[in-house]
Design a protein around this ligand. Structure first.
Ligand SMILES: [Zn+2]
Length: 404
C-alpha cells in the first residue's frame, strides 16, 4: 500500500508536484521529492509558491543577477529614446557577465499623442521588409484583441507600470508588444499556437485609450510610414532598469527556500507544518511580514557570505542549527548576491552545520556536514544594490521597494 503523503506547507494529502528546492527560474534542477521523498501539494506549489518565486527570481535584485547570468529578460528594462523626449522602449537587455552588450527592441506599437508608432529591431525589420513588418504586427495584434474580446484567456496580458518613472523625466505612452521576433510572429500566426501580446500602461485612462485605439488600428500605407522607427541602438548605452519588487513576497520566497532545503536535506528531523509551523505559515501568508522580520532577514551584503561562495556556475547554501533556530545562508551565482534567514524549528540530525553546493541546472549537489556550529555574521540590506550585488554594474537603475 502506498503511504499517504502530506504537503510540507499545508499538511493536506498531496501527490507529487515536483517543487524545486531552488526555483527552476534560477536553474535549480533538483526537487524536494527527488532528494527526500517529501512532497508539496499542487495548490501550494502552483498558486502561492510560484507567485513567491516570480517575485524573488524575476522581479527582485536576484532577478537582475539571474537575467545577467542566465541570459533571460529582466521584466522592467527599457531603452531610452532621447530624440523622442526620453520615450521608454520595450526590449530585452542582454548582458555578457555584468556588462550590457546589446538591447534588442521588441516588435511594438506605441500609442503616442500623434498616433500609433511602430518600433522594432532594425536588422530584423529590414530583413523582413518594413511594410510587411507593420502588416504582420497589426494583423497579429488585432487577432489577439479579437480572441481576448471573445473571452479567450492569456491572449492579452495587462501590465501596469508605476507612474514614478514619469517623475524622472521619461515618457511612457501605452504600448503593445511581444518578446518574439517579427519572423517568429509571422511563423506562429499561421500555426495553431498564435502569439500573445503584452499591454503596458500607467493609468486606467491609458489602458482604455489603447484598447479603443486597437479597435481601429490599421496597417499603415506605404506613404504613411512617417511614424515608423526601427532602431537597434538608441540614445543611451544603458537602458533604464527599474527594479520594483514586493518586500514581503520576496521575504516569504527566501523563507520558502530555507524550508525547502531543510525538507530536502534533513534525514531525521520531521519538516512539516507542525514542527516548522511558524515558517510554513509565514510562507503561505498566514503570518504577516513584520518590520522586525525584515530587519533580521533578507538580502545581505554580498561580502558577508563570501566564505561560502563556490564557483560562479553554482549556488551554495549553509544550514546551521543553534538553540531552537535554523540559520539558512544562501549564496547565488557564485556569491554575486546573497540572502540569510532564521527559522525556528527542531534539529534531530547528527550534524549542526551542512554546506551545500548546487551546480546550476544539475541534480548532483555536493554536501558537507559538521558537528560544529558554523554561524556567519551578516548585515541585512534591502535598499543599497551596490552592497547587495556589487557586481551588477548599472548606470541607469532605479529601485523601488513596495509592500503589499
Ligand atoms: Zn499544500
Amino acid at each position: 500500500m502506498p503511504t499517504t503523503k502530506n504537503c510540507v506547507y499545508c499538511g493536506s494529502n498531496a501527490n507529487s508536484t515536483g517543487e524545486h528546492i531552488v526555483p527552476d527560474a534560477i536553474a535549480g534542477a533538483l526537487t524536494i521529492e527527488q532528494q527526500s521523498g517529501l512532497v508539496v501539494c499542487a495548490t501550494c506549489n502552483n498558486r502561492t509558491l510560484s507567485v513567491l518565486d516570480t517575485e524573488l527570481c524575476k522581479h527582485s535584485y536576484l532577478g537582475l543577477v539571474a537575467a545577467q547570468e542566465l541570459s533571460t529578460a529582466y521584466y522592467q528594462a527599457w531603452d531610452v529614446d532621447q530624440s523622442d523626449g526620453n520615450l521608454l522602449i520595450e526590449g530585452e537587455a542582454n548582458w555578457s557577465r555584468n556588462q550590457l552588450k546589446t538591447f534588442i527592441v521588441y516588435p511594438q506599437i506605441i500609442f503616442d499623442e500623434h498616433g500609433p508608432e511602430f518600433r522594432g529591431d532594425d536588422e530584423q525589420a529590414k530583413a523582413f521588409g518594413l511594410q510587411n513588418f507593420s502588416e504582420i504586427l497589426v494583423t497579429a495584434v488585432k487577432r489577439a484583441l479579437r480572441e481576448h474580446q471573445g473571452g479567450q484567456k492569456r491572449k492579452l496580458h495587462f501590465r501596469r507600470v508605476s507612474s514614478e518613472i514619469l517623475n524622472r523625466g521619461y515618457r511612457f505612452p501605452p504600448r503593445i508588444f511581444t518578446n518574439r521576433t517579427i519572423s517568429q510572429i509571422a511563423e506562429k500566426e499561421v500555426g495553431s499556437k498564435k502569439p500573445s501580446f503584452t499591454i503596458r500602461y500607467i493609468s486606467q485612462n491609458d489602458k482604455d485609450t489603447i484598447l479603443r485605439q486597437l479597435e481601429t488600428l490599421e496597417v499603415p500605407k506605404p506613404d504613411e510610414m512617417g511614424n515608423y522607427k526601427c532602431e537597434t541602438q538608441l540614445g543611451l548605452h544603458f537602458p533604464l532598469v527599474n527594479a520594483r519588487f514586493d518586500l514581503s513576497l520576496s521575504m516569504r520566497a527566501m523563507v520558502k527556500l530555507g524550508v525547502n532545503l531543510l525538507a530536502a536535506f534533513c534525514d531525521r528531523t520531521p519538516v512539516n507544518c507542525t514542527t516548522f509551523g511558524f515558517a510554513t505559515g509565514f510562507v503561505l501568508g498566514d503570518i504577516t511580514c513584520s518590520l522586525r522580520i525584515l530587519q533580521f532577514n533578507g538580502f545581505v551584503h554580498a561580502e558577508s557570505l563570501k566564505c561560502i561562495a563556490s564557483g560562479d556556475q553554482s549556488h551554495s547554501f549553509r544550514l546551521v542549527h543553534e538553540g531552537d533556530l535554523w540559520r539558512i545562508y544562501s549564496s547565488f551565482f557564485g556569491g554575486r548576491i546573497c540572502t540569510a534567514v532564521t527559522i525556528p524549528g527542531p534539529n534531530l540530525e547528527e550534524w549542526s552545520t551542512m554546506d551545500i553546493i548546487a551546480p546550476l541546472g544539475s541534480k548532483q549537489w555536493r554536501l558537507t556536514t559538521s558537528t560544529e556550529t558554523k554561524l556567519l555574521p551578516f548585515r541585512v540590506e534591502w535598499g543599497n544594490l551596490k552592497q547587495i550585488a556589487p557586481s551588477v554594474d548599472l548606470h541607469n537603475s532605479d529601485t523601488k521597494l513596495t509592500i503589499e
